[in-house]
Design a protein around this ligand. Structure first.
Ligand code: TRP
Length: 350
């Protein structure tokens, strides 16, 4: 059976390299494999509002930016339907009925939500909508009969909750929902790119990332300031690779052909690392090499972005049309849901 793929992303900031290698490159790969019936990417603005209710502008300004980032980074709008969550109000109705099938204690046990609550420091100010967003996420997935959800491992608990909802709904009413599966990134490094400051994760809130929309000079400057080995002071000092952000990025982005092009004194990354460990290789040289590699990746993304920004109405038109298309699919599912639940009393009264 061919898959229906859906992924979602909260529009709370510009996308960065962490998103690129953790999520977007996986989506692009899947898109190009072509073994699916439908491929949807949702910009989850309603979910982003669950902890930004008084900060609508932050979400609003990023919706179109995220759409631009996705397309610039290789998502092909002819193959993938990019849409905005709030354009599909059926999702809210579906969420409402699902909420009756989930207990409060189950919601409080969701490990990702627990972690987020800790980070955000909600104590007595926890918005109900935030606690229940995993249920609304189940609606995002089920409204479009999704079978496969590409996502990071932090989304595992969401999928687990979604699967429980499928089970409860199907056994309580009628089997109208199929069990979705998560699809995790293929490698660990890709799953979590560290920040430029050496912190575990690149994130918009920590401001330690390279954004896909950063200009050439900004990217270079960020790389030049990146965390390496604090004990590698003189060029002649032996250096450490572990925890050295520049080498971690090279592990992810560098290919042998980059050496021939930008650093022909070495054949491959193993040789470069060996020299760094031994001593005699300065950080600047390695950073310039990384900068060349990342600029090569980001230059076409930037060019595509400029092109989209010059024709911004096309992006809005696309989102508008895709909203219509997704409403239609979700409405059909809502009607199945009404039938299953027996709340279709007026169905034949047209
Ligand atoms: N929770 C996801 C995130 O924080 C975003 C999201 C919303 C999502 N709805 C989804 C992901 C449906 C996958 C499927 O990134």
């Amino acid at each position: 059976m061919a898959e229906t793929i859906l992924s979602g992303i909260r529009p709370t900031g510009n996308l960065h390299l962490g998103h690129y290698c953790g999520a977007i490159s996986q989506l692009v790969e899947l898109q190009n494999k072509g073994s699916y019936d439908n491929f949807f990417v949702m910009i989850a603005d309603a979910q982003a509002l669950t902890d930004n209710a008084k900060n609508v502008d932050k979400v609003k300004n990023n919706v179109i930016q995220v759409a631009i980032d996705l397309i610039s980074a290789g998502i092909d709008p002819n193959k993938v339907t990019i849409f905005i969550q709030s354009q599909v109000p059926q999702l809210h109705e579906m969420t409402d009925y699902f909420l009756n099938l989930v207990t409060l204690s189950r919601l409080k046990r969701n490990p990702t939500v627990k972690e987020e609550l800790k980070q955000r420091g909600f104590e007595n100010s926890l918005p109900v909508g935030f606690l229940t967003y995993p249920v609304s996420q189940a609606a995002d997935i089920l409204a479009f009969s999704t079978t496969l959800v590409p996502a990071g491992d932090d989304q595992n608990p969401m999928l687990e909750q979604c699967r429980e909802i499928v089970h409860t709904f199907n056994s309580t009413y009628a089997s109208i929902f199929t069990m979705p599966k998560i699809m995790l990134p293929s490698s660990k490094t890709q799953a979590r790119l560290p920040g430029l400051d050496g912190k575990l994760k690149m994130s918009k809130s920590a401001g330690n990332g390279i954004n896909l929309c950063d200009d050439e000079a900004t990217v270079k400057q960020k790389i030049m300031n990146a965390y390496t080995d604090p004990n590698h002071i003189k060029v002649s000092d032996p250096g450490q690779i572990e925890g050295n952000v520049v080498f971690t990025y090279l592990d992810v982005f560098c290919k042998d052909e980059h050496f021939a092009k930008y650093l022909p004194d070495y054949k491959n990354l193993a040789e470069l690392k060996e020299h760094y460990r031994r001593g005699g290789l300065g950080d600047v040289k390695v950073k310039i090499f990384l900068n060349n590699i990342l600029q090569e990746l980001l230059t076409p993304i930037r060019a595509k972005r400029a092109e989209l920004e010059n024709n911004i109405d096309n992006v809005y038109d696309m989102l508008f049309e895709n909203g219509k298309k997704m409403r239609k699919i979700a409405q059909a599912k809502i009607e199945q849901m009404h039938d299953a639940m027996g709340i279709n009393y007026l169905k034949y009264r047209k």
